[in-house]
Design a binder for this molecule. Structure first.
Ligand SMILES: [Zn+2]
Length: 121
């Protein structure tokens, strides 16, 4: 089964938050419903990290902030070295770090090829 990381929709005004908050940033209400977030978005900004802890068996990771189609912004790993601001990306939830017995899941983003529609569901 695909893992998902939900957003949290305010029951009063409908604003979607990610990650979850104690109170709605718009109206101050404190009851939320988990909702699925769109997976597609565009890259707002990015950085590369080269000094990783020893248990990462890779040379560097690229991190980006992505604005999803509903305006929610999430941080995740970029699974490409060919990134540029504004590029369309598709999100996924997968293992982003593994140490002895634990797996850590998080957002990852892959470039969306714009020249065809074969990746669209
Ligand atoms: Zn609200």
């Amino acid at each position: 089964m695909e893992k998902i990381i939900p957003g949290y929709k305010c029951e009063s005004c409908g604003t979607i938050h990610y990650p979850n908050r104690a109170r709605c940033k718009k109206c101050g209400h404190d009851v939320f419903q988990p909702v699925a977030l769109p997976l597609d978005g565009k890259l707002l900004t990015f950085t590369s990290i080269h000094n990783l802890p020893a248990d990462f068996e890779i040379t560097h990771i690229n991190l980006g902030i992505v604005e999803l189609e509903n305006g929610v912004r999430v941080t995740g790993q970029l699974k490409t070295d060919e990134m540029h601001i504004g590029m369309p990306v598709r999100g996924k939830v997968e293992v982003v770090r593994q140490s002895d017995y634990r797996k850590y899941h998080g957002w990852t983003f892959y470039p969306i090829e714009m020249r065809d529609d074969t990746m669209k569901e």
